[in-house]
Design a protein around this ligand. Sequence first.
Ligand code: GTP
Ligand code: SPV
Ligand code: MN
Length: 586
Amino acid sequence: MTTNQTVLQWINQMKELVTPDNVVWIDGSEEQLESLRKQAVASGELKPLNQEKLPGCYLHNTAVNDVARVEHRTFICTRKQDDAGPTNNWMDPEEAYKMLYDIARGSYKGRTMYIIPYSMGPIGSPLAKIGIEVTDSIYVVLNMAIMTRVSSKVFDVLGDSNDWVRGLHCRCDINEEKRYICHFPEDNTIISVNSGYGGNVLLGKKCFALRIASYQGKQEKWMAEHMLILGIENPQGEVKYIAAAFPSACGKTNLAMLIPPEHYLKQGYKVWCVGDDIAWMRQGPDGRLWAINPENGFFGVAPGTNEKSNPNALATTRKNTIFTNVALNLDDNTVWWEGLDKNPPKNALNWKGEKYDPASGEKLAHPNSRFTAPAKNCPCISPEFESPQGVPISAIVFGGRRAKLAPLVYQSKDWENGVFVGSIMASETTAAATGAVGVVRRDPMAMLPFCGYHMGDYFAHWLEMGKMLGDKAPKIFHVNWFRQDENGNFIWPGFGENMRVLNWIIDRCEGKVDAVETPIGYLPKPEDIDLTGLDMSVDTLKTILEVDKDAWREEAEGIKEFYTKFGDRLPAVLKNQLDNLIKNLA
Ligand code: GTP
Ligand code: SPV
Ligand code: MN
């Protein structure tokens, strides 16, 4: 398939290491994928679903101990420990290679090695990059074929170049004690062993498109971010693009596929989805920041997805989709998850594949159950989705899951202040990673688990990008859809209604609306958030548009403590921003 020596040599080295019985090069053709689906069905790795209601759809169950990303077993292996920074687990590259090779050695015995050439981004786009993943899992091949552009054509683009990312995945025996997700940013390599869960094994996604790519972006002056990209078309047909970073399971897929409220639709507003999880952004020839979505599909959270919350996502999953760890309705061979509708199937298998006992009170689907669906299935996929130059970004939005404190929306004062706002982001943890759920933690730019180098240097890179972009830099905002009342109910209706906030953001970018200056940034005047058709009083809205100075002073103490982690690699600009915030709150 290729004569590229750097590829062939590495493949040979991997073959000698893992000693497969067979080797199959994946060319991305439908025939080849179809024959793999058949094999996976025969082995029980995939269950075919009701082909009338869900054509081309399958169900997969992971091992019970293997249902989410494992941050404590994820490593950045740089020669100098300090280059991985205080927020990453680190291992010496030599030691890591030795340990991983010991685990991987001979592990493909009796199995097939699949070699997957793929492009992150439209094949040949100046913003795209190439990877090759070697795996012994058909599930991984089939998911990669949805999530990335898998094709022998990537070798035409690659030519003789050595500029591609190596990825070795070995299922081994899914032993948690020997599970490692290791990144070697200094040699473009990823090794993942003993897992079969998406974020740990679809190596194009978090491992390459964020951890390795963030490091590449620092060297090459571009940005790899955990961001959705959406376009808002106004009634005049003009489209403005927003990139938004929220931590895992905090609403990126939902916002990216938003359907505007009725009265916006009537006026002619539309929202287009460019991406739901990752953005690669570079300064364009016109000086603005341009973004592509490097992925080709959605690996979305199933629970909570329904006809009301996200009809576009639901429609996207109605064909050619792989469901992972949802429940199987045995009556009609379809899938179900919490929040799909109010009628859980009585005759069903739960996400572990066990007969469901409705009296047990247990969940049918895993909270981190997911769908893998092709982007082109999405009813609102942007006409610019395949555009090699990407889309120009007008606004960058940070957001977290905060029951208290963070207001519905505010705008930073300028780029430097915006970088500060991103760097102090905090959010309640979710089921997307193993560990406690609902604990507030600092998650700068939603990149805490995904930055492939020292986060102090990452902040400095953001500041550099701002200097480079100058007055063409996007405006930076912060949102919080998750404020709760005393009874634990969400105050803001969220989902499609978030359009009302996006509209204020776009109006701010265009200088069309005023704002109130506060110590943390510019907040909307309550009357400037359109509440038409919404059962919400201005007084209620006001409660989520407040800056509680006492609470923020306490927050500032937490930020100060967090910042000490970065030592002298914390840019002075951010230290000054924090001092300023404290002064403004006094
Ligand atoms: P990853 O794929 O893990 O990166 O997640 P994500 O950021 O794409 O999150 P997603 O859109 O899948 O949403 C995760 C959960 O948050 C789902 O259960 C949603 O129902 C819920 N959610 C999303 N948007 C909103 C919102 O505006 N308000 C409320 N209350 N919940 C929301
Ligand atoms: C996330 O956890 O942010 C995801 C899912 O998007 S995973 O691919 O598992 O990382
Ligand atoms: Mn994500």
